[in-house]
Design a protein around this ligand. Structure first.
Ligand code: GLN
Length: 293
């Protein structure tokens, strides 16, 4: 960017207004916020700086990059996918093709688990976490960043996801306490953990296609589709969890808004009891915590 660009070069605020107008015209609900995040992200500015530096002009290459990004958003790609990263629990995380974009609702699971982690760390000294289907590593890395006594394993069936999770650990200085294991649920996992967490796929197969195109076209299907009734992953996790948990350990799960009773039944049948159920910002059940009976 330069302060004295040629006449033809648009200003930051002109670019921003143009993006906002096109998103609004296309019926994108979050048009203003999306325009701000996208233009700021591509210019390497904060969402405050694009306002305070609105009069500065933008060079041809950056204009082209922004135009291209606007087209991608108009084709329903979410802004953070376009930027290739988003923040989760204060940590900048890279996204890739086979990782679910971390949602703010998933921060509820992190908040819910932290008191358990602190109690366990007080009792045990060092504690070990397993995050099944870690994707970007979001849940495990957020827990590690908040709990210095913890180390963790992020497992995933996808090698692409594990590469992303590993680089996110490095990006946030957590690589010494984080390792990745390629595994379908518990298949290649060994040892016993104080905390097992997961945000597994939980959307019923026939419901997946009814979600927004931002989700169906850009989030990996394997991270969404929970089988005929959406509960397949919970059944698989519940069946083996007792073998991989320390006697005083806890299992923390994200769930779909209507799955509290079903998931509780699945875990109770495998020797667990429900300790806590937590709602999200929309007042839907979102996180469950279980311990051995
Ligand atoms: N919360 C996600 C959604 O509504 C689903 C994530 C999942 O299945 N774990 O799109």
């Amino acid at each position: 960017m330069s302060k004295s660009g040629k006449q033809a070069e648009p200003t930051v605020s002109q670019m921003l207004a143009g993006a906002r107008r096109r998103f609004t015209e296309a019926g994108i609900e979050s048009a203003a916020a999306d325009a701000r995040v996208l233009v700021a992200g591509l210019l390497g500015l904060s969402t405050t700086a694009i306002v305070t530096r609105g009069a500065e002009t933008i060079g041809t290459e950056q204009v082209a990059a922004i135009e291209q990004a606007i087209e991608r958003r108009l084709a329903h790609e979410p802004v953070h996918r376009i930027l290739g990263e988003r923040e989760f629990y204060g940590l900048p995380l890279s996204l890739s093709a086979e990782t679910l974009e971390p949602r703010p609702d998933t921060e509820i699971l992190v908040d819910t688990m932290l008191p358990y982690l602190r109690d366990l760390a007080n009792a045990e000294g060092r504690i070990h976490i397993l995050d099944l289907g870690t994707g970007t590593g979001a849940i495990c890395l957020a827990l590690l960043s908040e709990c210095p006594e913890a180390s963790g394993v992020g497992s995933d069936i996808s090698a692409d996801a594990l590469r992303t999770a590993q680089s996110n650990a490095e990006r946030n200085g957590l690589q010494d306490r984080f390792e990745t294991i390629q595994s379908s649920w518990f298949e290649n996992i060994h040892g016993a953990f104080h905390v097992i967490v997961s945000n597994p796929p939980y959307i019923a197969s026939k419901v997946v296609h009814t979600l927004a195109p931002e989700v169906t076209k850009f989030d990996p299907p394997a991270a969404l589709d929970g089988g005929a009734d959406g509960l397949d992953a919970y059944r698989t996790i519940a069946k083996d969890a007792a073998r991989f948990i320390q006697p005083d350990g806890v299992v923390g799960l994200e769930i779909g808004y209507d799955q509290r009773n079903d998931v509780t039944d699945v875990f109770e049948a495998e020797g667990f009891k429900l300790l806590e159920s937590v709602k999200d910002y929309g007042q839907n059940d979102r996180a469950l915590v279980f311990a051995l009976k």
